[in-house]
Write a protein that binds this ligand. Structure first.
Ligand code: GLU
Length: 275
């Protein structure tokens, strides 16, 4: 068993992160497996070295250890670009020049508002039929053409081969962004490539990411990558039942540390047995 914890260094780790990291770690240890750490820092406008340092420090303090060197996504941008080149050649991507506002306006039915999918507003398809240059453009976003993807994914039921209805993917998930203009990649693409590169057998992460999992499985299919087992765990909430966010400094691990809490106190707070 190989599990991982994959934080973005964009703020302090809080109790929810501690729960996720300890769970992934303890699951691997219980199976005599390996726990890996990965730094998801493709959003260079928000990632900061000081948050990365604090992640290492907080996780070590919690009693977790992992093999080094740690995989950092910003070190692998050419790998993501190569995958985009391949998907471009396969005709599975299209350039998109829409702004957030363009999408909102085009997607909103006057009465109901925009349909939401796992990745936010379902893309209304505005740029889907623009002419495609032969070289993959890098001055715009690239979206996954779900209608094309549907033709590539088949499954067997009652001894017969079926393909997925294109309309299902385009209306339930939508043409998700695989390369953002400012990043040259995206969370979905990078996470799938990295889980495969690190031979992750079990992805342990919060229920808030469960909706992204179908997108990840689709990407694994079209990139010929293995699909790991997925375990989506409960979320740690504050006393009002709200999910903890990065800005919840009050519940940052460092805050509890400064107040004299022990690693076992943190385990207890999130409902895990003492180490
Ligand atoms: N980097 C993501 C986050 O901090 C987690 C990605 C994942 O576990 O798949 O929310």
């Amino acid at each position: 068993m190989i599990t991982r914890f994959a934080p973005s260094p964009t703020g302090p780790l809080h109790l929810g992160h501690a729960y996720s990291a300890i769970l992934a770690h303890d699951m691997a240890m219980a199976a005599a497996g390996t726990f890996l750490l990965r730094i998801e820092d493709i959003d260079q406008s928000r990632a900061r070295p000081r948050w990365e340092t604090r992640i290492y420090d907080d996780l070590s303090w919690l009693g977790l250890s992992w093999p080094t060197p740690v995989r950092r996504q910003s070190d692998h941008l050419p790998t993501y670009a190569a995958a985009l080149d391949r998907l471009w050649r396969d005709g599975l991507l299209f350039p998109c020049y829409c702004t957030r506002k363009d999408i909102q306006t085009a997607a909103s039915a006057p009465q109901e508002g925009a349909a939401m999918g796992p990745d936010g507003i379902i893309y209304p398809g505005t740029c889907r039929h623009l002419p495609k240059p032969s070289m993959r453009p890098t001055d715009c976003a690239l979206r996954l053409d779900m209608a094309q993807v549907a033709q590539q994914i088949s499954y067997i039921e009652k001894g017969e081969i079926h393909t997925i209805a294109a309309s299902f993917l385009t209306t339930a998930i939508g043409d998700v962004v695989l390369a953002r203009k400012d990043m040259g990649t995206s969370y979905h693409l990078s996470v799938v490539i990295d889980d495969a590169a690190q031979n992750i057998s079990h992805v342990v992460r919060g229920r808030d990411l469960a909706e992204a999992t179908p997108i990840h499985i689709i990407l694994q299919k079209i990139l010929n990558l293995p699909t790991p087992a997925y375990h989506h765990h409960r979320l740690i909430r504050d006393e009002n039942g709200k999910r903890l966010a990065k800005r919840d400094d009050a519940r940052a691990i460092t805050t509890y540390r400064a107040e004299g809490a022990t690693p076992n106190d943190i385990r207890q707070m999130v409902g895990l047995p003492a180490a």
